[in-house]
Write a protein that binds this ligand. Structure first.
Ligand SMILES: Cc1ncc(COP(=O)(O)O)c(C=O)c1O
Length: 589
């Protein structure tokens, strides 16, 4: 903003803020400034020697009234508002843009121990608890038999630490719970919808928001709109539901991540990057018409929660735009990716989390997400800046999801999601998961247990192919490991390997690129001692890995077989494992 005069008005709902970033970013030296916020008032002269500020309580001129509109009363730490310029005489709106206020943060990484240890610290306290059960090993055996050795089919009552997924099981904050009570329950035009829409507009800087009941609902609708039989969707890596929705419509997926994506142990900081040359090649071969869209998945789930860099995304975006191909970003696991960009990417070091999120959105034509992951609630949605896409997608929302102002979501969840979206911009909140995962991974590395490195987001990933190297791929090492781990610890992980693939048309088994057991750490849920217990039991299992055998099908469903399929152990390895457990642990659970 050149010249003129400004009044920065900070509403009461914004607490303990510093206005430095906005002042430096938007207001030129020499501008006459005034503020009703004492924190800012006292600091204006300190913020850059080059700023020559003078203060006036009465502000006149062209840019003379700024008000900040914000609904942040329920949000404790990430403060975002819209700066609106209004001509006080004509009352005409002059401009509007988002601003960021930062609360001074103590990130976990900044807390040092006298002992020199690096132990992550929970930056929250627990105020509501849920009692856990740890059943004796014989009961666990009964439970896993009943579940057909499929951890999806275990009853939660039989599970001690549920590391199946981070989906829909993240802990909510007190602000989210408070927001739920103001839910406005109406079929059409609910105030809750407009609050959520505003949150997404502010967080992503995208104008249009289309609600859907969860992530796969967005995938269903986007596939219906974009995918025609024979078309390909190049992507950094698939997710189970995203692949199923594309292929069911006659489309094909093409995974073209960088080669490091499939290296179990690596120091590549961005294993989720797309291979740029491979993208150029597929565009040259298939042409714009042969490509439905390019899909980038942040915090790439099935390769171990691995991020891509902002630089890579921007490069992909440039190529897509030059060729008129839409770029769709699955931001379900965005929070981990934002954290890693800030930590690992030079370009992002001096950017706020919000600036990185805005840059992610700017590079994409469409964003979609599972609110079961992003935003610590449940639900989902699609964001775009394109009116054309919005109008096309809009037709399908009432058909498959619900009216445009709820899209199949409960209004209470929508309120929680709105607050959760702002919390996603708080480094303290989003760094919690990755730092616990890093701790867990590093402890297992010290014990020589094969795990995916570098640690990603979402969870710690055991490399079952190496862990159970004596098993054949057709004996489902990751499925066996998930079953064995539950048996000896009550910890429920998820098979992410061959069982999670769909059998080939010709009946052969599609051996997965990676054979993993994912131990998801839902955000803000587990404590350090629970992580330590899990590491201890995994270590015991690794020492006794020769006792673990394979699995074979009892019942194999045709689609998404890993959800409902049942299997049985090959031989009596589970009895042998139980006997050794009792020998080593006596009557311990
Ligand atoms: C990357 C990614 N995309 C999409 C989905 C699907 O979301 P939902 O489970 O809400 O349908 C998931 C769920 O785990 C996911 O991890």
């Amino acid at each position: 903003m050149a010249g003129g005069q400004v009044l920065l008005r900070v509403l009461d709902s914004v607490r303990k803020v510093t206005g430095q970033p906005i002042v430096e970013k938007f207001i030129n030296p020499g501008t006459l400034g005034d503020t009703d916020e004492s924190e800012i008032y006292g600091r204006l002269p300190q913020w850059g020697a080059s700023l020559s500020w003078s203060f006036a309580r009465t502000v006149v001129g062209f840019f003379d009234l700024f008000t900040m509109s914000t609904d942040m009363a329920t949000c404790s730490s990430a403060h975002i508002g819209t700066l609106i310029g209004v001509n006080p005489v004509s009352k005409q709106s002059l401009f509007q843009f988002p601003i960021y206020f930062y609360e001074r943060q103590t990130t976990m990484a900044n807390i040092k121990f006298f002992s020199g240890k690096t132990t992550p610290i929970e930056m929250h306290r627990v105020r509501i608890i849920q009692k856990l059960n740890l059943r004796p090993i014989d009961e666990r055996w009964e439970a896993i038999k009943q579940a057909g050795n499929n951890t999806f089919l275990l009853k939660n009552d039989d599970v001690f630490l549920d590391m199946l997924t981070d989906s829909g099981v993240n802990a909510m904050s007190n602000d989210q719970l408070a927001a739920m009570s103001q839910a406005d329950d109406s079929y059409a035009g609910s105030a809750t919808f407009y609050r959520l829409e505003k949150a997404l507009q502010e967080v992503f800087g995208m104008q249009y928001f289309l609600p859907a009941h969860q992530g796969r609902a967005c995938e269903h609708i986007l596939s219906k709109v974009f995918v025609k039989p024979g078309q390909v969707v190049p992507m950094n890596y698939h997710f189970t539901t995203s692949k199923a929705h594309i292929t069911v419509l006659g489309g094909e997926i093409l995974e073209i991540p960088v080669k490091e994506a499939f290296e179990m142990t690596s120091d590549c900081p961005f294993k989720g990057n797309l291979d740029i040359d491979a993208l150029k090649k597929v565009i040259a071969e298939r042409g714009k018409e042969g490509i439905a869209y390019v899909r980038m998945e942040s915090g790439t789930n099935l390769i171990g929660g691995q991020p891509f860099s902002l630089e890579n995304l921007q490069e992909v975006s440039k190529i897509c735009r030059a060729n008129g191909i839409p770029l769709v970003q699955d931001v379900s696991l965005l929070s981990d990716n934002l954290h890693f960009c800030k930590q690992r990417e030079e370009k992002c070091k001096n950017m706020s989390i919000h600036e990185i999120a805005l840059a992610f959105a700017e590079a994409s034509d469409i964003l979609y997400f599972s609110g079961r992951k992003l935003g610590f609630a449940r639900g989902g949605g699609i964001c775009t800046n394109s009116k054309q896409y919005y109008m096309t997608i809009r037709e399908l929302i009432p058909l498959y999801e619900g009216f445009l102002t709820y899209g199949g979501m409960s209004v209470r969840e929508m309120e929680a999601l709105a607050v959760g979206m702002y919390e996603t911009l708080d480094e303290d909140v989003i760094s919690q998961g990755p730092q616990f995962i890093e701790f867990m991974t590093n402890e297992l590395v010290k014990l020589d247990v094969p795990v995916v490195t570098p640690p990603g987001g979402l969870g710690c990933h055991l490399n079952a192919r190496d862990f159970l190297a004596h098993l054949k791929p057709e004996e489902y090492p990751a499925g066996s490991l998930a079953s064995a781990l539950y048996l000896i610890s009550g910890v429920r992980g998820m098979e992410r390997g061959t069982l999670s693939e769909q059998r080939n048309e010709d009946g052969t088994e599609p051996i997965a690129h990676m054979e993993l057991v994912r131990l998801a750490l839902p955000r803000r849920v587990f404590t350090m001692s629970q992580i330590v217990y899990t590491v201890d039991r995994i270590n015991w299992l690794y020492q006794n890995r020769h006792l673990v055998g394979g699995l074979k099908w009892i019942d194999e469903p045709k689609i998404l077989r890993f959800f409902y399929g049942t299997l049985e152990p090959i031989g009596d390895w589970q009895q042998k494992l139980i006997a050794k457990f009792k020998e080593d642990f006596g009557d311990s659970l």
